[in-house]
Design a binder for this molecule. Structure first.
Ligand code: KIV
Length: 291
């Protein structure tokens, strides 16, 4: 008999008959109600970014319950330096591909910079495109207190929202890439932001690059799940950018990234082997030829 990995075995032994987010057997798409139920059970869950259908299908088959079509696509897929230049057209195209490549994961489409900051009506117009044209089940936007009106209108309109506070990369030109929430005043602001997005109706909130103790406190205080990235071990969920965690991104990684594979090396070596065989005349061989 095939043995399930230890984590999977543990997670399926829940009181609700094994309907867990990761390792659960269901084939229908995960919903925001499933996410809320996981918080009540105290169940932790993984989230990954995805930007294309094929990669997303691998993550779906591996059981990743929530995928974020993040605007990190800017640096990790589209070749921009930051997330700032990413457009709504680009996010719509990438999100649609990820939806097509998956059948179980809840797909969250990121609203890019400039597509919701004008106010709730602009946010609703942009989110509606991601829901109708790309088929995502939820959207994400950055900002706590400053974005609560946008979140409220989207939720009232039937669009589930994942919020994002702490380091918000779309504000890189104003805040840089620094740890957020350090010191009493900043910690109080982060707590206010977390409560504001929950009160506005967000179904989950990403906490990016905040001290582990503060993220743990936010997780205790909120009834919606927290999704940490560089926020310690106590959040309800963890998200990583897939190209970082599988070692495709080049250059130095932030401290919070754990690399589970080195795809850059694997792909580089395979490509070199192909090139050398072409140059040396050993590819293709008879078995690769048609007559
Ligand atoms: O765009 C993104 O990938 C994100 C995650 C890092 C949370 O916002």
């Amino acid at each position: 008999m095939t043995q399930l990995p230890a984590a999977q075995t543990a997670q399926t032994k829940t009181s609700d008959g094994g309907k867990t987010l990761y390792g659960g057997k269901g084939t229908r798409r995960i919903t925001v109600r499933d996410i809320a139920a996981a918080k009540e059970r105290g169940e932790k869950w993984p989230m990954l970014t995805a930007y294309d259908a094929m990669t997303a299908s691998v993550f779906d088959e591996a059981g990743i319950p929530v995928m974020l079509v993040g605007d990190s696509a800017g640096n990790c897929h589209l070749g921009y330096e930051t997330t700032v230049p990413v457009t709504l057209d680009e996010m719509t195209m990438l999100s649609a591909a990820v939806v097509r490549g998956t059948s179980r994961a809840l797909i969250v489409g990121d609203l890019p910079f400039g597509s919701y900051q004008e106010g709730p009506v602009q946010a609703l117009r942009s989110a509606t495109r991601l829901v109708k044209e790309a088929g995502v089940q939820a959207v994400k936007l950055e900002g706590g207190e400053r974005s609560h009106e946008q979140i409220r209108l989207l939720v009232e309109s039937g669009i589930p929202v994942m919020a994002h506070i702490g380091l918000t990369p779309q504000s890189v030109n104003a805040m840089g890439y620094r740890v957020q929430g350090r010191g009493e005043e900043a910690a109080q602001q982060l707590l206010r932001d977390a409560k504001a997005v929950q009160d506005a109706g967000a179904f989950a909130v990403v906490l990016e690059l905040v001290p582990a103790e503060l993220a743990a406190e936010v997780t205790r205080v909120l009834h919606i799940p927290t999704v940490g990235i560089g926020a310690g071990a106590e959040t309800d969920a963890q998200v990583l950018v897939w190209t970082d965690m599988l070692g495709l991104t080049g250059g130095r990684m932030p401290k919070f990234v754990k690399q589970y594979a080195n795809l850059r090396e694997v792909m580089g070596n395979a490509v070199k082997a192909f090139a050398e065989e072409v140059v040396g005349g050993t590819f293709p061989q008879e078995e690769h030829s048609v007559h």
